[in-house]
Design a protein around this ligand. Structure first.
Ligand SMILES: Cc1cc2nc3c(=O)[nH]c(=O)nc-3n(C[C@H](O)[C@H](O)[C@H](O)COP(=O)(O)OP(=O)(O)OC[C@H]3O[C@@H](n4cnc5c(N)ncnc54)[C@H](O)[C@@H]3O)c2cc1C
Length: 338
């Protein structure tokens, strides 16, 4: 049995102080990922700082017409919040594509942002893994890598980020608000999750002694068209092989904005704003969507078992854009792709 101390934080400052003083401490929100990792001995915190009493559970409009969402808002409360359903339906849809109702009732915004990879070698402490034990090696590179990265991987790590919510947040363009001993700062979602490089043990740019306070969404564009399309081995309760979050605005048949992010393909939600420019000013046609998908995936590389994901990603992007354009977003209750 591994012993750890349990502390129920009474204030944000107290949580930060404890994180600063005890580098082995971990914050506990819904616990649906951290507690699993502790059971597998992948995470061995010296102290658990339970943050569930902290005032981080609100959803509020911001002065610019956007939305501030507290770190402790549960995935269910967020997906079913009327403002999210009406103005950010892409986010609601992506959240509902993930996990199960019970998990979404417990899982929080910040926990979802910081959930760790589902690479089986990461979870198996009897095998090497550079993400779990830096410098020990990456058996996935030449081993079981069917679910692994096709973009942005490194020699040291080919793991993917498993979140659905974060893919929608990447497409929307989200800021993460964090606080440390020296005050608060905001990090764009694009800069929050990292590519693995030679330090795959660091999933994000959050510092050890910082706490996530919440996220900020920009004002939602009017008349947006969206779809979150998740392709997986089973129709429910499975992580994405590939997913695509598509947001379009179209005027008179011509695309005026296009935001597209991919999940299940890289160590972070994958978005290429330079490729999106190709779609702007063009008709919302299948040919243009194909051209965009080719650009988005131009740097993809297959491992021994996951070459199929490159074509799957291409088709998923095109289909998600078609669903968005035709205002027929992927249903998360009837998950079949029509
Ligand atoms: C069986 C199963 C299936 C799943 N399927 C999916 C799926 O299909 N799609 C999907 O997206 N997800 C899926 N999940 C993952 C689930 O969404 C995450 O476990 C959940 O979002 C984590 O949130 P939590 O609040 O429980 O986090 P915790 O487990 O409490 O914490 C996770 C991490 O975040 C840190 N943390 C929490 N709050 C803060 C904060 N405010 N500031 C700084 N650090 C913080 C913790 O220290 C910990 O390191 C699945 C999980 C399970 C168990």
């Amino acid at each position: 049995m591994r012993r750890f101390e349990y502390l129920r934080a009474a204030s944000i400052d107290q949580a930060i102080e404890r994180l600063s003083f005890d580098p082995g401490a971990k914050l506990l929100a819904g616990g649906t990922n951290l507690v699993d990792l502790m059971k597998y001995d992948v995470a061995c915190p010296t102290t658990i700082i339970d943050i569930n009493d902290l005032p981080l559970g609100d959803i509020k409009e911001t002065s610019d017409g956007g939305l501030r969402i507290g770190a402790l808002v549960t995935n269910s409360d967020l997906a079913f919040h009327p403002v999210i359903e009406n103005r950010y339906p892409l986010l609601a849809s992506a959240i509902l594509a993930g996990a199960s109702a019970q998990l979404r009732n417990a899982a929080t915004v910040a926990g979802n942002l910081l959930q760790r990879t589902r690479c089986s070698y990461f979870y198996d402490v009897m095998t090497p893994c550079n993400k779990r034990t830096p410098g020990s090696g990456c058996p996935a590179r030449n081993g079981l890598n069917r679910n692994h990265a096709i973009l942005g991987a490194s020699q040291d790590c080919v793991a993917t980020h498993p979140s659905d919510m974060c893919v929608a947040l990447a497409a929307i363009g989200t800021m993460i608000v964090v606080q440390g001993p020296n005050g608060a700062r905001s990090i764009s979602l694009a800069d929050f999750h990292r590519l693995p490089g030679d330090t795959p043990e660091q999933d994000t740019t959050l510092r050890n002694n910082e706490i996530i306070l919440g996220i900020e969404l920009p004002p939602a564009p009017e008349f947006q068209r969206y779809s979150y399309l998740k392709i997986r081995d089973r129709l429910s309760y499975a992580f994405a092989l590939v997913s695509a979050a598509a947001l379009l605005t179209i005027d008179d048949g011509v695309i005026s904005t296009a935001h597209v992010a991919l999940g299940g393909v890289a160590h972070k939600p994958w978005r290429d704003t330079a490729a999106e420019v190709v779609l702007v000013g063009r008709p919302a046609s299948r040919g243009n969507f194909h051209q965009f998908a080719s650009m988005l995936l131009s740097r993809s590389e297959a491992l021994s078992q996951n070459g199929f994901k490159i074509e799957l990603a291409r088709r998923t992007v095109v289909r998600a854009l078609e669903q968005a354009a035709s205002r027929t977003p992927q249903s998360q209750s009837d998950k079949r792709v029509h």
